[in-house]
Design a protein around this ligand. Structure first.
Ligand code: HEM
Length: 477
């Protein structure tokens, strides 16, 4: 048995402040790294309501109150304007940013694309992309340092490419990836003008340079959509059954109406925007955390060797320990580090009065490390997410994918994807972090390691060494 007396590793995180920062310091830190603004009280209190430079904000960490915001009284809370400005115009007609009836119609029209059956039909394309990643890494010089963060962004983009446009992206994946990275790197930055509610026509310095990338990105999607529409009109049965075809054929189950061309394109951009870097960062942080634990590296290598054979559709269900590591990584380093809503009318949350117009913020960064909700909140311990313990976690204390009607539509897609990719890596490689590199999290549109994640990779063949501590019956058989 593993030695339970050993304290689990405590990975790097900015230290919360004793007292709130002043206005200018807050602005500076919000621009540099928003997770550095939190104070100790945020990690200790169920709710804190107070005036800030963004107006009155309620930071909510009480699971019952969070449930009220996202489920029981969800109609009283709408996505706030700041979030939309940060995401930019490219996604504005898609599901992530839609509101009211338009959102309801899009959500029920798109839901059939992400049923469990549909998601498992994407497992084969996911495994093929993971195999290509392993093959590419095998061609690298043994012991070479690789920055894992762009590598994971590349593989998740490859997976979206294969599942959305299964007949090929049409142009070079790397060029497409570079345009996406440039676009989202700028788009995800909080601009002081946005924070101070300056008019939209004023150019944002932080966004300059993203428009060329956005145009390139939109023109590729435009070409691929037009090509597929021609194919569907000529030979419907011969067209690939991928997300693009599903989007073009999607119908509102209540009215039979399809999506407009603009909505199809906006949702492709949305799926790439919402699903590419998020999943990449969940994988990046999982690999980083695994560098801290020999026990979990060995457990995952063992599980991968046992599971990566047989029907590919079953991989995700059988990769139990792999998923526990990914879930623990998304607890400690949530790819989406905060969500915000604006109160349309007054409400009461955790004993505090919420006024009309107030901003309600749920920060996964804070919630997932909250002193009242987690044992050893800052420590890496995937056992919390193994069957038997997982069920004891309050649904509203752990929100990597949000909650309620606007919960992430791609949650099971990305969990399957992350589990398969991580298992392929763990089966074939051992790795360690580059000496002296500190993986400090920085919040852009997603939470990523500052300066990337340089690691030394070594091919282990298919030989899995099992330390005595982890030998024994294996849950996945
Ligand atoms: C680890 C990976 C992912 C994480 C952590 C994540 C996280 C989230 C979160 C927190 C929300 C809710 C935001 C809010 O309520 O304000 C959300 C919504 C959404 N996500 Fe994801 N996501 C991931 C992967 C994906 C993937 C792979 C896709 C698509 C293929 C996707 C598509 C969406 C969409 C369309 C929405 C908006 C849903 C709606 O408003 O109805 N996400 N995601």
């Amino acid at each position: 048995m593993p030695d339970r007396s050993i304290e689990p590793p405590r990975p790097p995180a900015p230290r919360p402040h004793d007292v709130p920062l002043g206005t200018f310091a807050t602005l500076r830190v919000l621009r540099r790294n928003p997770i550095e603004t939190w104070t100790k009280a945020h990690f200790e209190w169920p709710i804190l309501v107070g005036p800030t430079i963004l107006g009155t904000i309620a930071v909510v960490n009480d699971p019952a109150a969070i449930r009220r915001v996202f489920v029981d009284n969800a109609a009283n809370y709408r996505k706030d304007a700041l979030q939309k400005r940060v995401l930019g115009p490219g996604l504005s007609e898609g599901l992530l940013e839609a509101e009211g009836d338009n959102w309801r119609v899009q959500r029920r029209t798109l839901a059939p694309l992400f049923t469990p059956k549909m998601v498992s039909s994407f497992a084969g394309a996911t495994a093929a992309a993971a195999e290509d990643l392993v093959a590419r890494w095998l061609r690298l010089r043994e012991g070479r340092i690789v920055d894992i963060q762009p590598e994971m962004a590349r593989v998740t983009l490859d997976i979206l490419g294969r599942t959305i446009f299964s007949d090929g992206l049409g142009r070079d994946l790397d060029r497409f990836a570079a345009a996406i990275n440039r676009y989202f790197a700028n788009v995800g930055r909080l601009d002081p003008f946005d924070l101070l509610d300056f008019p939209e026509w004023l150019p944002r310095l932080t966004k300059l340079g993203s428009s060329a990338a956005e145009k390139f990105f939109a023109s590729v999607v435009e070409t691929l959509v037009a090509r597929r529409k021609r194919l569907l009109a000529k030979d419907k049965a011969g067209a690939p059954r991928d997300i693009l075809t599903l989007l073009l054929e999607a119908q509102d189950p209540e009215t039979g109406a399809g999506l407009s061309d603009t909505e199809v394109k906006a949702n492709i951009l949305t799926f790439i925007g919402a699903g590419h870097e998020t999943t990449a960062n969940a994988l990046t942080w999982s690999l980083f955390l695994l560098t801290l634990s020999e026990e979990w590296r060995a457990r995952l290598a063992l599980e991968a060797s046992a599971v990566l054979s047989g029907p590919v559709e079953d991989y995700a269900a059988r990769l139990v320990e792999t998923k526990a590591v990914i879930e623990e990584a998304m607890r400690l380093y949530p790819p989406v580090a905060s969500m915000s809503r604006q109160a349309i009318g007054p409400d009461d949350l955790a004993g505090k009065r919420i006024r009309k117009g107030s901003l309600v913020m749920v920060s996964q960064w804070v919630l997932h490390r909250h002193r009242l909700l987690w044992d050893k909140p800052d420590c890496f311990d995937p056992r919390r997410f193994l069957p038997g313990s997982r069920e004891k976690i309050d649904r509203f204390a752990y929100l990597p994918f949000g909650a309620g009607p606007r919960v992430c539509i791609g949650a099971s897609f990305s969990l399957q994807e992350a589990a398969i990719v991580l298992a392929y890596i763990m089966r074939s490689f051992s790795f360690e972090l580059k000496k002296d590199h500190v993986a400090m999290p920085v919040q852009r549109i997603t939470l990523r390691p500052k300066g990337g994640l340089p690691m030394i990779l070594r091919w282990r063949g298919n030989r899995v060494e099992v330390p005595a501590a982890v030998a024994g019956p294996h849950p996945s058989g």
